[in-house]
Write a protein that binds this ligand. Structure first.
Ligand SMILES: Cc1cc2nc3c(=O)[nH]c(=O)nc-3n(C[C@H](O)[C@H](O)[C@H](O)COP(=O)(O)OP(=O)(O)OC[C@H]3O[C@@H](n4cnc5c(N)ncnc54)[C@H](O)[C@@H]3O)c2cc1C
Ligand SMILES: NC(=O)C1=CN([C@@H]2O[C@H](COP(=O)(O)OP(=O)(O)OC[C@H]3O[C@@H](n4cnc5c(N)ncnc54)[C@H](O)[C@@H]3O)[C@@H](O)[C@H]2O)C=CC1
Length: 498
């Protein structure tokens, strides 16, 4: 195709992450005689394999990072083109890519994901982790580090502070307890002792989504200092177990050495040898009183200062919307995601969005909330394809059942973690109560009840309760009569409700 030529297609998908690939595959199976074009900025795509519906809403699947040919071989009517979208003209149904090509679509699904929302940009001492490339840069910098600072209190920070060995970690946490996006102070208290002991030799086996990559963790010279994101390239997001097989080790002979600084943020960053911060502002802990020189210094809002080798900003994500929003009437939410309605449609005709790039703007079920996670990226990609197909065929479609109940299975600090419904009583106001069961080092079970109904649960450890609780939350049965017996370990709760 000549550089100025346009190519027409019925379905155009942008993004080779889970959302885009799932959307393309679903459309390919529904429209076997139409070509589906998938445009992606990244050289590899994410393929979902071994998908199993474990229960009504819990899913289990593997994710593999694969070359484009893998998707084309699985779906002969999908063509993958590696080129980043530079502009969208929604009124002309046209997308332009960085290599000067134009694609005229009938229906477009934007699945461009997100990138780290760093505390500051352009600072070589502040790293974000998103894709294989940025993980490689992090690993390389860590290998020569004595002390790093981690800022943020969500998924990435939780994983890092547990996985890093041989390096002191200063963890600046905005909240009163760690892990605020996933659990409450009680669960945090249950998990903290894991940081004070050495990591077990073998990781706990936890049946849940697995991640593997074809790309090996060997750095080319061009990757040594800068991540692809810093070079303006956009890779797709890592997922569960991304750190397995990578050595996350610094220069010291320690297992875990995490120093918590709660309820504070970084207020200032200063560079090599400048020692810009008055020492009287620091407390005289081992960490702050030392006279070692560091490449970078952080000042916290609690007045303390620390020197470190670099800082990891694990402070959430920002959706990749710029090339799509410019010049169009796409509505954008407060978190910068493309707003989508209950049919995954944006505010522009024939444009859909799914995964991390979008923000759900429909009235959600009382037991569901959006979180930028793998499972939701897959579900949205799949459902967006169903909606695109229904609109093309003039059919109606109902919201998929997966949006009825929030469900997430993951692993933190070598424990299986299951989150269901309003697991942190999100939006329930004061009108709720919590039931707790905890065996130190073994399991932590928290149930959120409202007017006798189960609204959510946090299950840490091998509790085996997820399916039963999923059912109890979904059927909204009045459980007042059972009281605290709901969590009585001597009662087989499954028999109760059979
Ligand atoms: C370190 C890390 C660990 C995680 N761990 C978990 C976990 O344990 N469990 C979990 O559920 N979730 C986890 N997540 C979140 C999960 O990975 C994401 O929510 C999910 O992968 C998002 O998928 P996506 O397809 O929406 O976006 P992405 O995977 O980001 O894919 C976006 C795609 O769009 C392409 N793209 C972007 N802009 C353009 C453009 N202009 N033109 C063309 N292509 C473009 C990119 O190249 C990429 O292929 C983790 C995330 C990170 C960063
Ligand atoms: N096991 C899992 O399910 C995992 C999921 N993920 C996902 O990957 C994505 C990226 O992960 P994270 O960056 O950890 O995002 P996150 O959204 O999970 O957490 C961001 C954290 O940063 C804090 N924060 C925001 N701005 C801050 C600031 N200026 N100073 C201090 N703290 C600040 C927030 O309060 C929050 O605690 C998320 O969508 C997350 O859900 C990541 C790792 C593991």
């Amino acid at each position: 195709m000549a550089a100025t030529e346009s190519e027409k297609c019925k379905f155009l998908i942008v993004g080779g992450g889970i959302a885009g690939v799932t959307c393309a595959e679903q459309l390919a199976s529904q429209f076997p005689s139409d070509e589906i074009i998938l445009l992606t900025a990244s050289p590899l795509i994410k393929a979902v394999t071994n998908f199993k519906q474990v229960s009504k809403v819990l899913e289990d699947f593997d994710v593999e990072e694969q070359p484009h040919s893998f998707l084309e071989e699985r779906n002969p009517n999908v063509r993958v083109i590696q080129s980043a979208v530079k502009a969208l003209a929604a009124d002309q149904h046209t997308v332009c890519t960085e290599d000067g090509r134009r694609y005229v679509y009938e229906k477009l699904c934007i699945c461009a994901g997100a990138r780290p929302k760093l505390i500051t940009h352009g600072n070589p001492h502040v790293l974000g982790i998103r894709d294989t490339d940025s993980a490689q840069v992090f690993q390389k910098r860590l290998s020569s580090a004595r002390r790093i600072a981690v800022v943020g209190n969500g998924g990435i920070a939780l994983e890092l502070v547990y996985e890093i060995e041989g390096c002191e970690v200063i963890w600046a946490v905005k909240d009163k307890a760690m892990g605020n996006t996933f659990f409450d102070a009680g669960a945090a208290q249950f998990l903290v002792p894991q940081l004070e002991s050495a990591k077990p030799k073998a990781p706990a086996i936890c049946k849940r989504t697995k991640y593997s990559t074809e790309a090996c963790f060997v750095l080319g010279p061009e990757h040594q200092e800068q991540s692809a994101a810093e070079r303006g390239e956009l890779g797709s997001a890592l997922g569960p177990d991304w750190h397995e097989g990578i050595k996350l080790k610094g220069t010291k002979e320690v297992s875990h050495k995490v120093h918590f600084e709660y309820q504070c943020e970084i207020s200032q960053i200063s560079y090599e040898n400048t020692l810009a911060f008055p020492e009287h502002g620091s407390d005289q802990t081992e960490s702050t009183a030392d006279k070692e020189l560091w490449p970078v210094y952080i000042q916290l809002t609690n007045g303390k200062t620390y020197g470190c080798d670099f800082i990891v900003s694990a402070t959430g994500v920002i959706p990749n919307t710029e090339p799509f929003v410019r010049g169009n009437n796409l509505e954008v939410a407060e978190d910068c995601g493309l707003k989508v309605n209950e049919h995954m449609c944006t505010s522009e005709p024939d444009i859909y969005a799914a995964g991390d790039v979008c923000t759900t703007a429909w009235e959600p079920s009382s037991l569901w909330q959006q979180m930028r996670l793998w499972t939701q990226a897959r579900q949205m990609g799949w459902y967006a394809a169903k909606c695109m197909a229904a609109d093309t065929l003039g059919q109606s479609i109902e919201m998929d059942f997966c949006f009825e109940l929030f469900a997430h299975i993951t692993k933190f600090f070598n424990h299986k973690v299951v989150l269901l419904g309003k697991y942190n009583a999100q939006g329930l106001g004061r009108d709720h109560e919590l039931l707790l069961r905890c065996t130190k080092g073994h399991e932590y079970v928290k149930v959120v009840m409202q007017r006798g109904r189960m609204m959510g649960a946090v299950l840490i450890g091998d509790t085996d309760l997820e399916e039963t609780f999923e059912n109890l939350i979904l059927n909204q049965m009045d459980l007042s009569a059972y009281g605290e017996d709901l969590l009585n370990p001597n009662i087989d709760i499954e028999d109760y409700f059979d």
